[in-house]
Design a protein around this ligand. Structure first.
Ligand code: FAD
Length: 309
């Protein structure tokens, strides 16, 4: 059982792939380790029906199953897990005080792995069809839309990259952007304009996503004319940005302009004994394999940090 009175070697914040991998390495290194997760174990990838790009699963595996296996593995080595929401960190000499809605926990080191969230459109149908036509990751899901028409929402570099990537699979890619021109860098725009499968709907927003078992159509509105239309589609990729879950670390840790935690290659932050791993890290590629690697790296350097103290 987790114990607020005890000083843990490592407290891990977040139970996604980064936190769970950190848990496997920390617990297996015989560090007393506690993982704090505010919702369900697994992180964002539990929404992925199939993960096809994590090594070792040739037929793919659901995001839920993959992360439950990670959790079992970490628990087997002694990782403790508690459902609790972290609200902040305080530094007290060499100790880190992790503040949560279930009380304070004390640690010699902390691994922050509480991820980032895709910005949502916030329209009817979006939440309901996640994993059934609504996606936030072309790298993850493009192949599911082979020879089908799909839409991409957004106008920045990420959206246009995703459109280019999707054009290798889909029959048509319709980029829906609320402005008259893209924000993506010129060279990426040129590549997208030269790709015959990519079309653009300018000055347009999605008002609703509709379907039955899976997405079938989008309800659209032109923001200049107010005109409404319906687009038949097999999938929609929302690429309007990310939001890192770093609000509770503001003022404690240095963040980059986008609010992500800055680390070195050892996953060390500027504060000795505080590490960050996974999607929450500045310049993360936001994939399970990278999050897992970051978590392992952070735990190994946390162990070295403790042994040097
Ligand atoms: C629908 C979908 C499909 C995807 N498919 C793939 C795929 O096929 N392949 C792939 O490689 N990647 C995929 N990804 C991306 C992948 O999910 C992420 O890169 C990965 O989950 C990042 O892991 P993480 O541990 O850094 O963060 P997360 O997975 O975001 O985990 C962070 C955890 O921290 C918890 N948390 C947040 N704030 C707090 C707090 N204050 N206190 C306590 N806990 C907190 C969250 O509840 C969450 O469980 C997909 C993402 C989505 C959304």
């Amino acid at each position: 059982m987790s114990n607020p009175g005890k000083e843990y070697d490592v407290v891990i914040i977040g139970g996604g792939p980064a936190g769970l991998s950190a848990g496997i390495y920390a617990a297996r290194a015989r560090l007393s380790s506690l993982l704090l997760e505010k919702e369900i174990i697994g992180g964002q990838v539990v929404n992925a029906e199939v993960v096809e790009n994590y090594p070792g699963f040739a037929e793919g595996i659901s995001g839920y199953d993959l992360t439950q296996l990670m959790h079992q593995q970490a628990t087997k080595f002694g990782l403790e897990t508690l459902t609790a929401e972290v609200t902040g960190i305080e530094l007290n000499r060499k100790q880190k005080i992790i503040k949560t809605n279930k009380g304070d926990f004390v640690a010699k080191t902390t691994i922050i792995a509480n991820g980032s969230e895709r910005q949502k459109l916030g329209v009817p149908g979006e939440q309901e069809f996640i994993g059934r036509g609504v996606s936030y990751c072309a790298t993850c899901d493009a192949a599911f839309f082979t020879d089908q028409p799909i839409a991409v929402v957004g106008g920045g570099n990420a959206a246009v990259y995703e459109a280019l990537q999707l054009s290798k699979y889909a029959s048509r890619v319709i980029v829906i952007h609320r402005r008259q021109e893209l924000r993506a860098t010129r060279i990426i725009q040129e590549r997208a304009f030269a790709e015959p499968k990519i079309e653009f709907l300018w000055n347009t927003v999605v008002e609703a996503i509709e379907g039955e078992d899976v997405v079938k159509k989008l309800r659209l509105r032109n923001v200049i004319t107010g005109g409404k239309s319906v687009l038949d589609i097999a999938g929609i990729f929302v690429s309007i940005g990310f939001k890192p879950n770093t609000d509770c670390f503001k003022g404690v840790l240095p963040l980059d302009a986008g609010g992500y935690i800055i680390t070195n290659e050892k996953m060390e932050t500027e504060i000795p004994g505080i590490f960050a791993a996974g999607d929450i890290r500045s310049n993360s590629i936001r994939q399970v394999i990278a999050a897992a690697g970051d978590g392992a790296t952070a735990a190994i350097y946390a162990e070295r940090f403790i042994s040097q103290q």
